[in-house]
Design a binder for this molecule. Structure first.
Ligand SMILES: [Zn+2]
Length: 224
């Protein structure tokens, strides 16, 4: 590759690298990098089509005297369905960063706590907009560390069924009902212990993916 970075490319990348420290990741386009040590960056994953952008990052890093490792990279297919499958496979291998021995899939993912972390601003096609930021908190069964993950990472780990189950701050369990269940319910005419869910549930903010769903409601006092 004969591409040469411009001064702007180098300055821009340098500014990003300044914000990194070992253990911190950086997502750029369809590439995910991880800072693995002092002036060391690993390309964790990229899509098939971001081969060239990834090579360019490597070239800029060389200019800046960083080590760049792209030998362990997972390549995510461009096809969205295949990509989802690959990302789920990658997620199955994640371990707790604190004790490193425990696989995250072994933790009690169904007891995750959804935490509303305030608003953040992002550039969109409509200009600057505010979005609520949510993190999903799971305790490591090995060391007890509270692991914060993005809703996206959590959905890859937990799968759809657990993702659409929300344990509220009061300990009640809301589970979004699928279409087939709703059809059966309507035919039976039995709507007990169910509810349409909006933005607030009993005084608490509802995670975005649960808003506008029709849920079964299990009160904490009803569980054994
Ligand atoms: Zn742990």
């Amino acid at each position: 590759m004969s591409w040469e970075p411009s001064d702007v490319d180098i300055e821009w990348t340098e500014a990003v690298l300044d914000t990194l420290e070992p253990g911190k990741s950086w997502v750029e386009g369809e590439m995910t990098f991880l800072c693995t040590g002092e002036k060391e960056l690993s390309l964790v994953s990229r899509t098939e089509r971001s081969e060239e952008p990834a090579q360019r990052v490597g070239i800029v890093l060389q200019h800046l005297g960083w080590n760049y490792d792209d030998t362990q990279t997972s390549i995510i297919p461009d096809d969205p369905l295949e990509a989802m499958r690959t990302m789920q496979e990658v997620a199955q291998a994640w371990t707790c960063y604190a004790c490193e021995g425990v696989s995250l899939t072994d933790c009690d993912l169904d007891k995750a706590q959804w935490v509303n972390d305030g608003n953040h601003t992002a550039f969109t096609e409509e200009g600057l907009q505010e979005f609520p930021r949510w993190v999903v908190r799971v305790s490591c069964i090995g060391c007890g560390e509270e692991l914060n993950m993005s809703p996206m990472d959590y959905s890859l780990l937990a799968g759809e069924d657990i993702f659409y189950t929300w344990v509220t701050p009061l300990g009640d369990t809301l589970h979004a009902l699928d279409r087939q269940t709703l059809i059966e319910m309507a035919d039976l005419g039995d709507y007990s212990e169910t509810s349409i869910v909006g933005t607030i549930w009993e005084g608490h903010h509802v995670p975005p993916h649960m808003q506008g769903t029709y849920c079964s409601v299990t009160r904490s006092s009803e569980e054994e």
